[in-house]
Design a protein around this ligand. Structure first.
Ligand code: M6R
Length: 628
C-alpha cells in the first residue's frame, strides 16, 4: 500500500531515504515526502505525484541532522495531494503511516472537540496528534507510543520521531510489515527489505504488537504493553543486484525474462534429479500450535509431511488477483491427480462468506507478497475453523508465511513490477509439485508416472526460454493491437486460468477492456461482443479439449474478430482460422500453462509500452495490498 523508510546514522539521511523510497515506489506512487532533522528541527518536504517530483524539490535542500523518515503513498483516506502526503507533522512530532486506522473518525472527532486542528483528510495524521499530546504531558516518545496504541483500531505500521528526542525513532506495527536493518553506524527501518539490503543483511523483522525504540547503534523491542522483548537479528541472503534493472527498459520485461530461472528455482528443492522423485521437503508443517485438534486427525507422532497429506480429504485454495489464477490451476491439477475435492475462492469473498470447512481440510493460500490483507484474513479465519494451512509465498518471513502451518516458497527472487509475472509461473510450477505430492501420498502416483512427470516439469524452464522469442512479434504487433476496442482471452481446462491472467495483465497495464472467458461460455453471451474491432486471443493446445476449442473459435471467427491463436507445434488447422498463429513446443498438458502465459504477458507489456503507459507502476495500483 504505502512505503516507509526511516534512517538514523552517519550518512546523509536524504540520500538513504530517497534511495529506499525509490525501491519501495511499487507500494504506492501518488505522493511522497520526507521529514529530516536540520538545525534541531524537522524540515518536511512533500510532493504530489511520482517520487521524481519529490526528488526535484529536494535537489537543493540540505540537512545537517542524522535522523529522518520518508513515505511513498497510495491513497486510501483522502485524495492524492501534497496536503495528504506523509509525513504528518504536529509541532515537534512527525510520523509516517502505512495501513488504515479504522476508528479514525471517532478519534478525530474527539480531538477536534478538544481543540485540535487537522491539516489533511487522512486517517494517519491523528497519530501525530495523539503522540504530541502525550509528550506534552511529559511522556517519552516510547511511552507516548505505548499510551496511544490501545486506542488505535485497524492495521498499521508507523514510524514516529520528535524534535524533543533528536536521536530516537519509534517503529510499531499491527499489520503491514516493518523491517529494521542493523548496519555499522546506522539503522534503517523500512516496509520492505529492498530499501535496506544495500546497507546491511542483518535484519530484525518486527512482529505485530511490537514496538522498536531505535537509538544510535541500538534497537530495543517492547510489546504493546511496554514489556521488553529479547530479539536477535537474522541474516538474509538476498542480493542488492536483484533490485536493479540490469539493462532492461522496465522491471516487468526483466522479470518476464527471468521466468525460466524462477521456475527452476521454485521446483529445485522439491525434485531429486538422480531418483526423478518429487518431495515436499521444507514444507515443515508446524502443528505444535495447531488450533484445530478436533477438526484434523493429527496425532503427536504424525508430523511427517507425507503422512499429513494422507489425512487431507478436502483442499481450499484462497488468494487474490494473479495469485488466485495460479490457485485455479491448482484446482484442476489437484482434483485430477490426487482426486481430492478442491474449492477455490477469492480471499475477499472467502473471509465473509461463512465458509464451511470440514474435518481434515487443507487451506492453501497463495501470495507473492505474503502481505495481502484479504488473504491473510482468510488464512486466520481458516485456522480458527480448524483447517491445516499451507502458504505459497515469494517473500520469506512475510506475515502470511509466518502465520501458516506449512510453507512453500516461489523462490522467484524480488519482483518489483507491480504486474506479477515471474511469481505467477513459480506458483504454477508449485501447483504441479503439490498436486503430484498429494497424489503420491494418496497412492495415486506410481513410480513410472512420477518419473515421467518429473521429466516434463524439469524440462519446462528450457521450453520457456524458447517461448520468450515472441518478444519480437509483440514488439511489432503492439501498434496495431493497441487500436483494438477490446480483447477477449479464451481458454478451456487448464488454459482457462491463463486466459483470465492474460486479460488481467492487459487491463492492469494497457487500461484496455479485456475479458478472460472459458471458451465454452462464448455462446452464452460474450459472442455478442465480437466484431472486427475486437481481438480474440485463444489458447488452443493439442489436448483433449482441442476439437471443442476449435469449434468455439470458428464461432468467433464467423463474427469478424481478429484472431491470435496460441497452439502446439505446427498446427495447420489452427493456423488457417487465425490471423496470427503462435506455436508453443510440445509438452505435457499440466506444464503447458507455464508456456502459454508468456506470450500473453509480452502482449500486455508491449501494448502498454506502445501506449506510453507506466509499465512498472500502472495507475491506481500498488504491488502489495495490505488494506481491505
Ligand atoms: O501479493 P499477492 O500475490 O497476494 O497479490 C495479489 C494481487 O494483489 C496481485 O496478484 C495483483 O493482482 C497483481 N497486480 C497482478 O499483477
Amino acid at each position: 500500500m504505502c512505503g516507509i523508510v526511516g534512517y538514523l546514522g552517519a550518512r546523509d539521511p536524504k540520500e538513504v531515504i530517497l534511495k529506499g523510497l525509490k525501491t519501495l515506489e511499487y507500494r504506492g506512487y501518488d505522493s511522497s515526502g520526507v521529514s529530516i532533522l536540520n538545525k534541531g528541527k524537522f524540515k518536511r518536504v512533500r510532493a504530489q505525484g511520482k517520487l521524481s517530483q519529490l526528488c526535484e524539490k529536494l535537489q537543493n535542500e540540505d540537512f545537517d541532522g542524522h535522523l529522518g523518515i520518508g513515505h511513498t503513498r497510495w491513497a486510501t483516506h483522502g485524495k492524492p495531494s501534497e496536503r495528504n502526503a506523509h509525513p504528518h507533522q504536529l509541532n515537534h512530532v512527525n510520523i509516517v503511516h502505512n495501513g488504515i486506522i479504522e476508528n479514525y473518525a471517532e478519534i478525530k472527532e474527539k480531538l477536534i472537540k478538544n481543540g485540535s486542528q487537522f491539516e489533511s483528510e487522512t486517517d494517519s495524521e491523528l497519530v501525530a496528534h495523539l503522540i504530541e499530546r502525550e509528550m506534552n504531558f511529559n511522556a517519552s516518545l516510547l511511552n507516548a507510543t505505548i499510551n496511544i496504541i490501545p486506542g488505535l483500531r485497524g492495521a498499521y505500521s508507523v514510524l514516529a520521531v520528535s524534535e524533543k528526542t533528536p536521536d530516537q525513532c519509534v517503529a510499531f506495527k499491527n499489520g503491514p510489515p516493518l523491517l529494521i536493518g542493523l548496519g555499522e553506524d546506522e539503522i534503517i527501518v523500512a516496509s520492505d527489505i529492498q530499501a535496506i539490503i544495500s546497507y546491511t543483511k542483518k535484519i530484525i523483522y518486527l512482529e505485530d504488537d511490537e514496538i522498536a525504540l531505535i537509538s544510535p547503534g541500538k534497537v530495543e523491542i517492547y510489546n504493546f504493553k511496554g514489556q521488553r522483548i529479547e530479539k536477535s537479528p537474522v541474516t538474509v541472503n538476498w542480493d542488492a543486484s536483484q533490485i536493479e534493472k540490469q539493462g532492461y527498459p522496465h522491471y516487468m520485461l526483466k522479470e518476464i525474462f527471468e521466468q525460466p530461472r524462477a521456475v527452476a528455482q521454485a521446483i529445485d528443492p522439491h525434485i531429486d534429479l538422480s531418483t526423478r522423485k518429487i518431495n515436499l521437503s521444507g514444507v515443515g508443517f508446524n502443528v505444535d500450535n495447531f488450533e484445530g485438534p478436533e477438526a484434523l486427525d493429527l496425532k503427536n507422532d504424525l508430523l511427517n509431511t507425507n503422512e499429513i497429506l494422507q489425512t487431507i480429504e478436502r483442499v481450499f485454495i484462497v488468494a487474490c488477483g494473479t495469485s488466485y489464477y495460479a490457485g485455479m490451476l491448482g484446482e484442476y491439477l489437484i482434483e485430477r491427480a490426487a482426486e481430492v475435492p478442491v474449492e477455490i475462492d477469492l480471499a475477499s469473498e472467502f473471509r465473509y462468506r461463512y465458509p464451511v470447512i470440514p474435518k481434515n481440510s487443507l487451506l492453501i493460500v497463495v501470495s507473492q507478497s505474503g502481505e495481502t490483507a484479504d488473504t491473510l484474513a482468510a488464512l486466520r479465519q481458516a485456522k480458527k475453523q480448524g483447517a491445516l494451512t499451507l502458504s505459497i509465498c515469494n517473500v520469506p518471513r512475510s506475515s502470511i508465511d509466518r502465520e501458516a502451518h506449512g510453507h512453500l516458497y516461489m523462490n522467484a527472487g524480488v519482483e518489483i513490477g507491480v504486474a506479477s509475472t515471474k511469481a505467477f509461473v513459480s506458483s504454477l510450477a508449485l501447483m504441479n509439485i503439490l498436486s503430484l505430492s498429494l497424489a503420491k501420498a494418496k497412492g495415486l502416483l506410481n513410480e513410472d508416472l512420477e518419473k515421467k512427470c518429473v521429466d516434463e516439469i524439469v524440462a519446462a524452464p528450457s521450453l520457456m526460454e524458447g517461448v520468450l522469442a515472441y518478444d519480437k512479434f509483440f514488439a511489432q504487433a503492439a501498434d496495431d493491437l493497441k487500436k483494438k476496442r477490446g480483447f477477449l482471452y479464451l481458454g478451456r481446462g487448464v488454459s482457462y486460468p491463463i486466459a483470465l491472467e492474460g486479460a488481467l495483465k492487459l487491463k492492469e497495464l494497457a487500461y484496455m477492456h479485456a475479458e478472460g472467458y472459458a471458451s465454452g461460455e462464448m455462446k452464452h453471451g460474450p459472442l455478442a461482443l465480437i466484431d472486427e474491432t475486437m481481438a480474440i486471443i485463444v489458447l488452443c493446445p493439442k489436448d483433449e479439449l482441442y476439437e471443442k476449442t476449435i469449434s468455439n473459435l470458428e464461432e468467433a471467427k464467423a463474427r469478424g474478430g481478429m484472431i491470435i491463436s496460441i497452439g502446439t507445434g505446427d498446427d495447420e488447422r489452427l493456423k488457417s482460422i487465425s490471423d496470427h498463429y503462435l506455436s508453443l513446443p510440445e509438452t505435457a498438458w499440466y506444464v503447458n500453462p507455464l508456456l502459454e502465459v508468456i506470450p500473453l504477458q509480452l502482449l500486455a507489456y508491449y501494448v502498454a509500452k506502445s501506449l506510453g503507459n507506466d509499465v512498472d507502476q500502472p495507475r491506481n495500483l500498488a504491488k502489495s495490498v495490505t488494506v481491505e
